[in-house]
Design a protein around this ligand. Structure first.
Ligand code: ZN
Length: 137
């Protein structure tokens, strides 16, 4: 078992929970995410549901962070609306987060069992996109 436990950033969970409580609405916005950027600031976002594959809150957050000049994220957490608490990233988000931020930490678990794990621990034997961009010489 390679999973390491890390300090849990409760301020980050609360930031996501606050956005989930106050900004999620109807069926379009049901999840909130918060990330701690490398420089310490917190960036938040909500999902944009659409049947064609609208992005999860984690993916919206990547763009939101970039729009604010935050290109390096340290930790991320997602919280569901209607008091669903911390929700782990879906498979697609795990892959995207791994490719963007290989050293990212993710807060998962419920209630008093929330914990911080590495994105690589959530995607064992992972496909690393960058490793397969071979030169076409
Ligand atoms: Zn997702």
């Amino acid at each position: 078992m390679t999973t390491q436990t890390h300090h849990v950033d409760h301020e980050l969970i609360e930031a996501a929970a606050e956005v989930a409580r106050t900004r999620c609405r109807g069926d379009n916005h049901t999840m909130a995410a918060a990330a701690r950027a490398r420089d310490g600031r917190i960036v938040t976002a909500v999902n944009a549901y659409h049947f064609t594959g609208g992005p999860c809150a984690e993916l919206v957050l990547i763009g939101t962070a970039a729009a604010q000049g935050a290109y390096e994220l340290d930790t991320i957490v997602a919280v569901g609306d209607r008091d669903r608490g911390v929700v782990p990233p879906c498979g697609r988000c795990r892959q995207v987060l791994l490719d963007y931020f290989p050293a990212l930490k993710v807060i998962v678990g419920t209630g008093d069992r929330v914990r911080t794990v590495r994105i690589t621990d959530l995607l064992p034997e992972s496909y690393v996109w960058a490793d397969h961009q071979l030169d076409a010489e």
